[in-house]
Design a protein around this ligand. Structure first.
Ligand code: GDD
Ligand code: MN
Length: 377
């Protein structure tokens, strides 16, 4: 059933307290931009009952303090300050779910998106014929001139991959500027990934053609203050999302990365074993011990850098994490050997026993690392 999203015949008081539109703004180090955005929203949304939710990942520059200041003067402004978490998609999801208007928009804080399009987007949703309006750079009238060559190429490539692999049919699935009906969003929310940047692509891919989408053109302008948080690692996030959607969430990028790091660890182990044994003329037990220790340490560093980059341990927590990781891997090794032995006892096929043990080890290490070492705070 469609909920009515047009403003009903409420009393003026009701209309003033019940927003038609929730604007969600993810922020990370946008201290100098949020006030300008707020003012521009105020101008652009005159005559519309709106609210804005800033979702800030505890920005070091204190963006959330500035937002709190705005919120103290205008009750339409709210601030969610998230501690110990990072991620654009997760922030947007949380912001939309923390608001209640029948329509929700996501817009960047850095004024690169065009807030003057919001009333048009809202009007489209209120026709009840559209579920999702996308601000698009790649249709007639839109542009992304502020992109440098490299960024433009990457964006285009990702768009092509998304269209082919996930059969997404919109022109700009990488856009970070859109507005969606709340009822549709709430249906899809449980299946969305909180990792990464690509919330719109995730929404459209997850809906598998069920959303009635309309794109409207806008020009992606340059950033006013501060810098982009997109780095080369977002390519990984993107691949992860494509993979997860292609396999109906069976394969997670995190697990694949963890396993990949594990195989690098095997290499490190053997190299160390060889060097200590041959180069330093040490007994096998010593060489094997060095190999294991070095492999676990390099696995930890790589996982902290890649696999869990959104929850990266820093400072003293690194040491604690490393010791826990040793512990987890130690038990994982015991499980590995135990399983291999029992498989071998049943069926003396060496590679089957070995593979079963290794699988047991990696699954154990992955599960326990997620629970104890890089646990969500
Ligand atoms: N809460 C939170 N957490 N916000 C974040 C994070 C994060 O980890 N990373 C970025 N943001 C916020 C920024 O503060 C900004 O308001 C918005 O998300 C977009 O981030 P930018 O760093 O400015 O990204 P961009 O301009 O390079 O990319 C934008 O345009 C792309 C279009 O090509 C984003 O909208 C992308 O989603 C979009 O694909
Ligand atoms: Mn930006």
């Amino acid at each position: 059933m469609n909920e009515a999203i047009r403003p009903g015949p409420e009393s003026p008081l009701q209309a003033a307290t019940a927003p038609q539109l929730s604007v969600v703004v993810p922020t990370f180090n946008e201290r100098d931009n949020v006030t300008t955005l707020y003012r521009r929203l105020e101008t652009a949304l005159t005559g519309i009952a709106w609210e804005v939710v800033f979702v800030d990942d505890n920005s070091p520059d204190g963006t959330w303090e500035v937002v709190r200041g705005l919120a103290r003067q205008d009750s339409r402004v709210r601030c969610i300050r998230r501690i110990g978490r990072r991620g654009l998609s997760g922030a947007c999801i949380e912001g939309i779910l923390a608001s209640s208007a029948p329509c929700a928009a996501v817009i960047d804080a850095d004024l690169q998106h065009d807030e003057t399009q919001l009333p048009k987007m809202l009007a489209l949703l209120q026709t009840d014929k559209i579920d999702l309006v996308v601000g698009s750079r790649y249709i007639e009238g839109g542009s992304a001139d502020s992109f440098n060559k490299q960024r433009a190429g990457a964006s285009q490539l990702a768009t092509e991959v998304a269209k082919r692999a996930l059969r997404v049919e919109i022109a700009d699935p990488m856009s970070g500027f859109f507005m969606i009906r709340r009822d549709r969003f709430e249906q899809l929310a449980p299946q969305l990934s909180t990792q990464g940047f690509k919330i719109l692509l995730d929404l459209v891919a997850t809906a598998r053609g069920e959303l009635r989408v309309q794109e409207i053109p806008y020009s992606f302008s340059s950033r006013l203050h501060g810098e982009s948080k997109l780095d080369s690692m977002v390519a990984l996030d993107f691949l992860g999302l494509v993979l997860a959607k292609l396999t109906h969430d069976v394969v997670s990028l995190r697990f694949l990365l963890f396993a990949m790091v594990g195989s690098i660890g095997v290499f490190v182990h053997f190299a160390t074993l060889y060097i200590v044994l041959k180069g330093f003329d040490q007994p096998f037990a010593v060489a094997q011990g060095c190999g294991a220790l070095l492999a676990m340490t390099s696995n930890f560093v790589l996982n902290n850098f890649l696999t869990y980059r959104d929850q990266r341990l820093k400072g003293f927590a690194i040491l604690r994490g490393l010791l826990l990781f040793y512990l987890v891997c130690g038990v994982g090794l015991a499980a590995n050997v135990g399983v291999a032995f029992s498989v071998y006892a049943q069926e003396p096929i060496w590679w089957l026993a070995g593979a079963s043990g290794a699988l047991m080890g990696v699954v154990w290490n992955y599960a326990m690392s997620g629970l104890f070492v890089w646990r969500k705070r």
